[in-house]
Design a protein around this ligand. Structure first.
Ligand code: GZL
Length: 373
């Protein structure tokens, strides 16, 4: 019976979402980010069936707890730790949830296996932060057939829309912002030649794809040289290894390093220090990072990291809103964007233009660091 109720609920939610989305621009949610977001692509036009009557109550687990299966990417970074804590804090037993958490250790096969186990356990909801953006349609169809609503957080899935909502960031916008900031910064500093080394995130992750695409769009427009772009897998060890290799291969040839998360930047700093390469506000190399975790912002305030483009990991409260909307028979937003800021050390620039929108730059203070994730 529970599965049948949930199936009706999902169909109603998905059909109603398609009706809402077809031919109209999806507006970012009330928690729309400080940075403008390209409106989400409206779902493809399709024949929408009459929505089934949604039942008053969505299913709850045994003893009234709502059971949630959460397949998390892994434990590779400070960002990930904060993301996991956000979910564990919100989906606690005290709040009425039974959270079945699986750390998939950056292993895509393990993540698909975890989702199938959640189906076997017949959880009420499944949350996925997809390690990679493809290979999902089969297992999401199995979730749909089982009548279990799926919510995607953080990274995106590119080969299926069989989920109720996605809560995360626009990674391409983050990459564009980093490029537009570098353009404005190098102009302000009268730096005419820009030779960039990129340490990418995990291969196949939508965060890597988006940040790479966005930054490269500006680099190509400005005629910068990207000397190399290799994956550091979003880890400090990976960032150090790649930067050690770069310091040997490109000695004296680069003046910008872009790390696609803070932990890679921590490793890159260790490698540059060991190689005698100066970086940061008073160094020879401009160091750009993403995530803006607490430790990352401490390095921005010290001047070691020149700019840090935030990616907000605290999605769980917005995921709970989606679940509560489903519980009450409503139709949640298909896409919910997180609020994010662009952090810098110096106040020589107050804003940048990204996608034709003026976006503020924030000089890091101790107060900001104390409040960060
Ligand atoms: C981005 C997230 C990335 C972070 C990394 O939303 O998926 O994965 O930027 C994390 O720190 O490892």
């Amino acid at each position: 019976m529970k599965r049948k109720i949930a199936s009706i609920l999902i169909c109603a939610a998905m059909v109603a979402t398609m009706i809402a989305g077809c031919g109209s621009k999806e507006e970012p949610a009330a928690s729309a980010p400080a940075q403008s977001e390209e409106p989400a692509e409206a779902p493809a036009e399709s024949e929408a069936e009459e929505p089934a009557e949604a039942p008053a109550e969505a299913p709850a687990g045994d003893g009234g707890l709502v059971t949630i299966g959460f397949a998390q990417v892994g434990h590779e970074s400070d960002w990930r730790t904060a993301s996991t804590k956000s979910c564990q804090d919100v989906f606690s037993e005290a709040n009425g949830y039974d959270l079945q958490f699986v750390d998939c250790d950056n292993d895509s096969a393990e993540q698909l296996n975890a989702v199938r186990n959640f189906i076997e356990q017949d959880v009420d909801y499944i949350i996925i932060d997809p390690i990679v953006s493809t290979g999902w349609d089969t297992v999401l169809t199995e979730c749909e057939d089982a009548g279990i609503p799926v919510i995607i957080i953080d990274r995106t899935i590119d080969d299926s829309d069989k989920y109720v909502s996605w809560v995360g960031s626009n990674f391409k916008t983050e990459g564009l912002a980093a490029g537009e900031w570098l353009k404005a910064y190098t102009e302000a500093k009268n730096i005419s030649e820009v030779n960039v080394l990129v340490i990418e995130g995990s291969t196949g992750a939508s965060a890597t794809i988006g940040r790479t695409e966005g930054f490269k769009e500006i680099a190509d427009r400005e005629g910068w040289t990207i000397l190399d772009s290799q994956s550091g897998d979003f880890t400090q060890e990976g960032g150090q290894k790649v930067m050690e290799s770069y310091c040997k291969s490109y000695e004296g040839k680069f003046n910008v390093v872009v790390c696609q998360n803070d932990n890679e930047a921590f490793g890159a700093m260790d490698a540059m220090k060991a190689a005698g390469v100066s970086y940061g506000v008073n160094g020879d190399v401009i160091l750009i990072s993403f995530d803006a975790c607490t430790a990352g912002l401490e390095f921005v305030m010290s001047g070691d990291i020149t700019a840090d483009f935030e990616c907000n990991p605290l999605a769980a409260p917005f995921v709970e809103e989606v679940i509560k909307t489903l519980q009450s028979g409503g139709t949640p937003e298909k896409e919910v964007y997180m609020v994010e800021h662009w952090y810098v050390n110096e106040d020589i620039l107050s804003s940048i233009e990204v996608n034709g929108e003026t976006q503020e730059l924030t000089v890091v203070t101790q107060e900001i660091i104390d409040a960060q994730y």
